[in-house]
Design a binder for this molecule. Structure first.
Ligand SMILES: N[C@@H](CCC(=O)N[C@@H](CS)C(=O)NCC(=O)O)C(=O)O
Length: 238
């Protein structure tokens, strides 16, 4: 059994989708990030960066003690290696997949996260003139990244060879495209992959629905949630 420490957000969906695709039994352990549950000592022992998702695999390959993994890219790779699915084992195929997983982890995810912050959350508590540089900077960068993806998908069905953890890492971060002010009609190859190739997969749909009941549809945070999510400094983690 795998415990998935989880909240229904793009980084969480990557893992629920992978677990659904692999048909691995898992138990959702909610980590309500708006309520500060990511700072509970028992969670920090598994995920010292106070971020979800994280997993604990109670039946790791080769046996022995349970294995805990944080960072969604590392979790996807762990599950791919555990199951022998969705990542080739040959050198070239494996690194074709891993470079796109890392493209998502270091590029699309952080940039889309900041674009969402500046376009959706920050305007609720900052004067608009303080925001335009950040809005333009991150919105343009997400646009550039989606352009790269669109070009990549011009002559292939999936991002890296066969269906893989690269597709599962990227799809949840295209899903909130309206938050980062993008129009998918400008990216026809990406739209095809997003809506048809990926969007119609039953396991992708199930993964996206995992724990949906935990979270109210929300773009406005309370003052307390804002303090917890947007007020973190070095002092928070000392
Ligand atoms: N690079 C991390 C990012 C994870 C992340 O940012 N998770 C957010 C939710 S999507 C979180 O746990 N936020 C809690 C917080 O900001 O304290 C990963 O891919 O796992």
């Amino acid at each position: 059994m795998i415990d998935l420490y989880y909240w229904p957000t793009p980084n969480g969906w990557k893992i629920s989708i992978m677990l659904e695709e692999c048909a691995l039994p898992y138990r959702l352990v909610p980590v309500n990030i708006g309520a500060g549950e990511q700072f509970k000592p028992e969670f920090l022992r598994i995920s010292p960066n106070n971020r979800m998702p994280a997993i604990v695999d109670h039946a790791p390959p080769g046996g022995g003690d349970a294995v805990a993994v944080f960072e969604s890219g590392a979790i996807l790779q762990y599950l791919a290696e555990k199951t022998g699915q969705f990542m080739p084992s040959d050198l070239r195929g494996k690194y074709e997949v891993l470079q796109w997983v890392n493209w998502q982890m270091g590029g699309l995810g952080p940039m889309a996260g900041q674009a969402t912050h500046f376009n959706v959350y920050a305007p609720q508590f900052n004067p608009v003139e303080k925001l335009t540089y950040g809005q333009d900077r991150y919105t343009n960068e997400v646009g550039r990244l989606l352009g790269v993806l669109d070009k990549r998908l011009a002559d292939r069905e999936f991002v890296a060879g066969a269906y893989s953890i690269a597709d599962m890492a990227i799809w949840p971060w295209v899903l909130p495209y309206k938050n980062f002010k993008q129009n998918l009609d400008e990216f026809p190859n990406l739209r095809r992959w997003f809506s048809d190739t990926m969007g119609q997969r039953p396991a992708v749909r199930r993964g996206k629905e995992a724990g949906a009941e935990l979270r109210r549809p929300q773009t406005v945070h309370s003052e307390e949630e804002r303090r917890i999510l947007f007020g973190q400094t070095a002092a928070t983690v000392r």
